[in-house]
Ligand binder design. Structure first.
Ligand code: TXA
Ligand code: MG
Length: 315
């Protein structure tokens, strides 16, 4: 693909205007959200969205999340419901993606939805993302800003390490706070958890007032992009390790200390925020990685989901 020089922009008003102008002109701009950095394109412009796949080297079209500044902007594109309103009121802005039926005149490119009759929408809780989305004035389609199959980026340096020369700009606003991607909730039918993420399933269940069914195995690949081997470091990854084996680097948690420790105090939010960055750091050392057990509660479900993908047999 043609090489371009990738600008590193700041959150200054002038740079934000520049980033918004690039997006409106159909260019790719990586931007921070509270979860991970996204690789943004104008979701209404098929040519711009197609460029996301070229830049990421993604083999097939997966539906992408449309990022909007608030629920009102979301309602311009999807069929809203009382349940959507309740969940948006509880969790937006924040790391929750709602998958809802597209509404007539939605304006979203078919490449954003991969031809599905539904759209994943989300309102990021990150001030620079908020200002950017308001300045663009259009929904911004954005997968995580990493080459296909690699670890998600939580800093602008991660983005540049994977995509420099392939995208117009990255908006650098420091490390992301949550560190794992958004929770994806299917709402086109009865609510179903399509991907664990930054909002714990337990918190959604507390609002719904009933248990939330999880997507059934790999059969219901309604959420493609859920490739088994995803978020993968170059080196092999071994999970639930009590201790490192010979030649292995150890990613610790709590009292199980290692080369790096996701959270010495056993705090799952801290562990989520460190997860991808620490995998990037250990991966750079080129040795196999063993990971300490992480509890499956709260944000632990999202952390373990990403770790299982990192450890899965490579496709
Ligand atoms: O936190 C996040 O969600 C980050 C930041 C950048 O917002 N984005 C992200 O995007 O993780 P991506 O493309 O890496 O993952 C999006 C997931 C995919 O698994 C995709 O299949 C699912 O969302 N998805 C999107 N639209 C969908 C739809 N209409 N129906 C079912 N799944 C959908
Ligand atoms: Mg991704």
């Amino acid at each position: 693909m043609p090489q371009t020089e990738t600008l590193r922009l700041t959150p200054s008003p002038a740079d934000l205007e520049r980033a918004a102008g690039l997006l409106r002109a159909g260019e790719l701009v990586a931007f921070p959200t509270e979860t991970v950095y996204g690789l943004g394109a104008d979701a209404t412009n098929g040519t711009a969205v197609a460029a996301i796949y070229t830049a990421k080297g993604r083999p097939s079209f997966n539906p992408l999340i449309a990022h909007v500044p608030d629920a009102e902007a979301a309602r311009a594109h999807v069929e809203w419901s009382d349940l959507a309103e309740q969940l948006a009121a509880a969790f937006w802005p924040g790391p929750l993606t709602l998958v809802l039926p597209l509404k007539p005149g939605h304006g979203i490119s078919e490449l954003t939805t991969a031809g599905l009759p539904t759209l994943g929408v989300r309102v990021p809780d990150q001030p620079t993302a908020q200002r950017l989305l308001r300045a663009v004035g259009r929904p911004v389609a954005a997968p995580s800003a990493n080459p296909s199959g690699r670890i998600s980026p939580t800093t602008a340096d991660h983005v540049l390490a994977g995509l420099a020369g392939r995208i117009a700009a990255v908006l650098d606003d420091g490390p992301t706070e949550v560190g794992v991607e958004s929770t994806i909730l299917g709402l086109s039918d009865a609510p179903v958890l399509l991907r664990p993420g930054g909002v714990p399933a337990e918190a959604i269940e507390a609002v719904l007032g009933h248990p939330l069914p999880r997507r059934a195995g790999d059969a219901a690949i309604n959420a493609p992009g859920q490739l088994r081997s995803h978020y993968a470091p170059a080196a092999p990854v071994r999970l639930n390790a009590e201790a490192p084996g010979p030649g292995e680097l150890f990613l610790g948690f709590g009292t199980r200390d290692g080369d790096l420790n996701l959270s010495p105090g056993g705090d799952l939010a801290e562990a989520a925020a460190h997860l991808f960055g620490y995998l990037h750091r250990l991966d750079a050392r080129g040795a196999p990685i063993a990971v300490a057990p992480i509890p499956e509660t709260g944000l632990g479900a999202a952390i373990n989901d990403r770790l299982r993908r990192a450890a899965a047999p490579r496709d």
